[in-house]
Design a protein around this ligand. Sequence first.
Ligand code: SF4
Ligand code: SF4
Length: 157
Amino acid sequence: MALTLKHLFRKKVTTQYPEKKLETSRRIRGQQFVWRSDLCTACATCAKSCPHGIIRIATSKNGENKYAVDRIEFDIGRCMFCGLCVEACPYNALYMGRGYEQARYSRKLLWADMEVLMSPDSEPSAYGHTELEEKMPEQTLLVYGQISKKTADKNDS
Ligand code: SF4
Ligand code: SF4
């Protein structure tokens, strides 16, 4: 009974999704990727490190000892979001995205091509890139039953 009463008067931690959303972890491995073409050297390390082999990359020679990416695609429908490709990229050109609402009616629509990977709408996660954390909003997911006052107030408004 004591436990029940404690939870009865606890500050609410739910929101009216999808109108209101909680802030996810800054290091979320979301259901998308962000690719920086300007940093990518076409080394294909990401594709080689993927346990599912779902990264397709095509490269061509672009000058002496240099390569360019002609095509890079991720089959998001088969991805387990382990993040190994992001961790393996030696040039910080690949990030997990923060988006998590990627439901589609067809598996074909889950392929992420270069246009999708470079979309300005996709926000990179700090997973594997902790230097991004400071600029990100504070997480509002439950941590030991607590929610920060600042974010709780924001959800109430
Ligand atoms: S997150 Fe894992 S499964 Fe998905 S593309 Fe990267 S290495 Fe492959
Ligand atoms: S590992 Fe990084 S630099 Fe190499 S091809 Fe993949 S995204 Fe580009």
